[in-house]
Design a protein around this ligand. Structure first.
Ligand SMILES: C[S@@+](CC[C@H](N)C(=O)[O-])C[C@H]1O[C@@H](n2cnc3c(N)ncnc32)[C@H](O)[C@@H]1O
Length: 216
């Protein structure tokens, strides 16, 4: 079987964004991913408790993490004001621990918009939307420059699974290539902790994502 895996997005359109947030209320495997990320950022080796999420979207992971770890201060980066409005609703009474920072991840100066040096940078289902391996590589390089020693990057994003005969949009590529790009950015021992919702034969655009971890 053959097909194409990818998705069209209108991240600045209020109706589209509301629909996306309603369609993708976290399922059990996605909550598993949030927990894996939480586990990584709570390691004692992480140098500080400020966490930056790239592409915060509706704020589902932010709420999950803030509810479970009272020490973390959170900064959500996004270029979509309409997603920020939904993130505020999701995070609700915990918003006093969150800063929302407007930045375009395609603009290489985005780290200068951050309010503090983070101990961890995290992201889910976002970097593939930048549309190319080069754009993801650039984000990895900026993360390496931004994190202090011991800081951790965790990217839970869509990948192209090994063994597929399907075509994937360019932002979705193999785990081994992510690992190569993380190494090229400077991280010494990047790894993938999991391949979630694997589906080789008849994948949807919301399956096949990995949990990539790299420590500076
Ligand atoms: C598919 S949504 C995922 C949202 C959230 N991370 C989640 O897993 O539920 C992708 C998010 O990345 C943001 N995004 C996409 N391209 C971006 C860019 N160039 N700069 C900043 N944010 C971007 C979108 O606005 C959106 O919030």
């Amino acid at each position: 079987m053959r097909g194409y895996v990818g998705a069209e997005h209108e991240f600045h359109d209020a109706e589209f964004v509301r629909g996306w947030a309603n369609r993708f209320v976290p399922t059990e495997p996605r909550i598993q991913l949030f927990d894996m990320i939480l586990d990584q950022i709570a390691q004692p080796s992480v140098p500080n408790t400020h966490v930056v999420e790239l592409g915060i979207g509706p704020g589902y992971m932010a709420r999950h993490i803030l509810e479970r770890n009272g020490k973390i201060s959170y900064e959500g980066v996004d270029f979509s004001e309409v997603f920020f409005e939904i993130a505020k609703e999701t995070v609700g009474d915990l918003m006093h621990r969150v800063t929302l920072t407007t930045a375009d991840l395609m603009d290489q100066s985005w780290p200068q918009s951050l309010t503090r040096t983070p101990g961890a940078i995290i992201s889910t289902w976002a970097l593939h939307d930048l549309g190319s391996q080069q754009a993801v590589a650039d984000v990895y390089a900026r993360c390496y420059e931004t994190l202090p020693e011991g800081g951790v990057l965790v990217n839970g994003d869509f990948i192209k699974p090994d063994g597929t005969t399907w075509d994937y949009e360019p932002g979705r590529f193999e785990i081994r290539r992510h690992i190569e790009l993380l190494r090229q950015a400077g991280f010494s021992d990047p790894k993938s902790l999991a391949h979630l919702e694997p589906n080789i034969e008849s994948p949807t655009a919301a399956e096949n994502y990995a949990c990539l971890v790299a420590v500076r």
